[in-house]
Design a protein around this ligand. Structure first.
Ligand code: SF4
Ligand code: SF4
Length: 406
């Protein structure tokens, strides 16, 4: 079935009940303008598909509505008709991108940098400094695959702070310029130093936990490319498939059999999406906590856990809760599991103000639980929710407990 046929079938199921609006995080943050909610996205997609069918192109102004969807899937789990407005938005991006004049310049810049350099900011060579003092097992066919994610956050958070101060036109012009002259980004992309130290320490903690569990693995270092997840999320399906083939061939050439992922976006790309879209993507994919096996000490601490949407709503995967429960009392916010509330992070590069507004709402929900600490299990969630010193990545929590640095 083609993307258009799939979309028509999905949007035709909508009975316009509006249940999905009650859970959509972008709607209140955009002053309840209907096109920024789940039902509005399904409705304008349906209308745009009629346009495509009748005269081959979309004339409605739908880009910001569709690209501001977080793809959190909260809407899907309340829809009585089985529509997934998050998936509709993701596929509609692909339809919008077919007209080059309607593409988002920032998305275009990111996609072109990934395709050219294997990194969303074109700075792949800066991603491996965290590992310089680790002894890897170079004979192992298992790799620890960071996907550059933790390392990218200090750069992307710096850039989104700049973006938040500029108007849309200036940002778009900058993105077009960087796409033409990518070297500029290498000069202006200055990472947040404190965040970089923290992210590198988290990566070291993850490697330490795996080694302490007796796992033998190596790391591709400066040869490690970004996973390609943004290509899929931004609706660049053809590029995603092409990039997936490049990753597959790279892994084969390096005799990789097993991949240890460390974040939900990469895990979903490697475990679910590439096997669906790329022939012979036959690697065994693990999330690192599936392999960590160390004694932990239960403490009397209330740990408020923010679940990553890509684990609980895209996949049915909740292994971090098990570890948090071995260390303290797991406290979940009202919006959890299949009714999770996104951290806002997926909007950060295209809509930094929206991302910040949603992350403030989520942070407040987490703080209201009055726990001792807030725990995340995704570098994007961690970056967006780190609004005070009580927020920790799960690797830090486990490392501190295991090494008794509690
Ligand atoms: S909940 Fe489902 S059926 Fe109701 S408006 Fe949303 S997408 Fe349509
Ligand atoms: S996926 Fe999330 S942001 Fe997108 S329409 Fe659904 S609830 Fe709203």
């Amino acid at each position: 079935m083609s993307v258009i046929e799939d979309l028509v079938q999905e949007t035709e199921k909508c009975i316009n009940c509006g249940f999905c609006e009650s859970v959509c995080p972008t709607l209140p943050s955009k002053n309840y303008r209907a096109i920024y909610g789940a039902r509005g996205r399904v409705f304008i997609s349906k209308e745009s598909l009629k346009e495509v069918k009748s005269h081959g192109r979309i004339t409605l102004n739908i880009e910001d509505s569709i690209f501001s969807c977080l793809e959190c899937y909260s809407c899907y789990y309340v829809c009585p008709a089985g529509v997934n407005p998050g998936r509709v938005s993701q596929m509609m991006r692909n339809v919008i991108n077919r007209d080059p004049s309607r593409r988002k310049p920032v998305a275009e810049m990111i996609v072109s940098l990934i395709m050219k350099y294997g990194n969303p900011l074109g700075i792949r060579e800066k991603m491996c400094s965290w590992a310089r003092e680790i002894d890897f097992d170079d004979s192992s066919d298992t790799i620890l695959y960071t996907g550059n994610m933790y390392q990218l956050m200090p750069y992307s958070s710096f850039l989104s702070k700049i973006e938040a101060k500029l108007n849309e036109k200036t940002i778009e012009n900058m993105a077009r310029l960087i796409k033409r002259k990518p070297g500029i980004l290498k000069i202006i992309a200055i990472p947040d130093k404190i965040m970089m130290e923290r992210m590198e320490k988290i990566l070291l903690d993850i490697a330490f936990l795996l080694k302490s569990s007796g796992i033998k693995f190596r790391y591709l270092g400066k040869d490690e490319p970004y996973s390609g997840a943004f290509l899929y999320e931004l609706g660049y399906l053809e590029e995603f498939i092409e990039y997936g083939k490049y990753i597959r061939d790279l892994f084969i050439s390096k005799n990789v059999k097993n991949i240890i992922t460390i974040d939900p976006h990469t895990h979903e790309a490697f475990k679910v999406l590439y096997p669906m879209y790329v022939d012979n993507f036959n690697f065994r994919v693990f999330y690192y906590l599936e392999l960590v096996n160390i004694p932990l000490k239960k403490m009397d601490e209330n740990l408020v856990y923010h679940q990553p949407c890509h684990f609980t709503m895209h996949e049915d995967f909740d292994i971090p809760s098990k570890f948090i429960g071995s260390i303290g009392n797991v406290i979940l916010p009202e919006r959890n599991g299949k009714s999770n509330f996104c951290c806002g992070g997926p909007a950060e590069l295209l809509y930094p103000k929206l991302a910040n507004s949603i992350s403030m709402v989520r942070f407040k929900q987490l703080k209201e639980k009055n726990g001792n600490r807030i725990v995340t299990a995704c570098p994007i969630c961690f970056t967006n929710l780190s609004k005070d010193s009580t927020v920790f990545d799960i690797a830090e929590l486990i490392y501190q407990n295991y090494s008794k640095k509690y």
